[in-house]
Design a protein. Sequence first.
Lengths: 112, 113
Amino acid sequence: DVKVTQSSRYLVKRTGEKVFLECVQDMDHENMFWYRQDPGLGLRLIYFSYDVKMKEKGDIPEGYSVSREKKERFSLILESASTNQTSMYLCASRVQGSTEAFFGQGTRLTVV
Amino acid sequence: QKEVEQDPGPLSVPEGAIVSLNCTYSNSAFQYFMWYRQYSRKGPELLMYTYSSGNKEDGRFTAQVDKSSKYISLFIRDSQPSDSATYLCAMRAPQGGSEKLVFGKGMKLTVNP
């Protein structure tokens, strides 16, 4: 079974902190994605990566950066957390060109 | 106009009802059409997908795509309380085009015993 693991289920951080969200997949997938999910807004793409060291901005990249130094790991970085970044963050991975994306269980981040 | 539109509901039905979930889209390049199911406090999981137009059936679930109307549907027959979840449509262009999955907002469905 494909497994996408996010490092934390729940996280509480203070405004201005630098926050790291980690995602690891065990199926050698080329593509990895970070989404945030908010009520009434659905899933919005923050960043995605085609392969190691390759990244592209999604629809809402402002205030975020990413790192993909190894194929299995894709990190989302909040440079200076703000309250409007309180959200559910979902990581996903996929074989290049395939239809099915596999999601992690999500990290619910609260910025206070 | 957003690329993918989905009524977020919520929708509440009695057990055994037929459920119809729909999405419309504006990008004619979309060729792959997916339905994801998300249980509370979990990540989404792929339920079904179709390529281009037509129908696909899997047990109690049927996915339909009408490319001429830019409209996709998911039907659930004999709905069960275990079907209670949020259902998200998703779409993407063929390989060689954008690799991005574009999601609808998701429809929260509750099936009451």
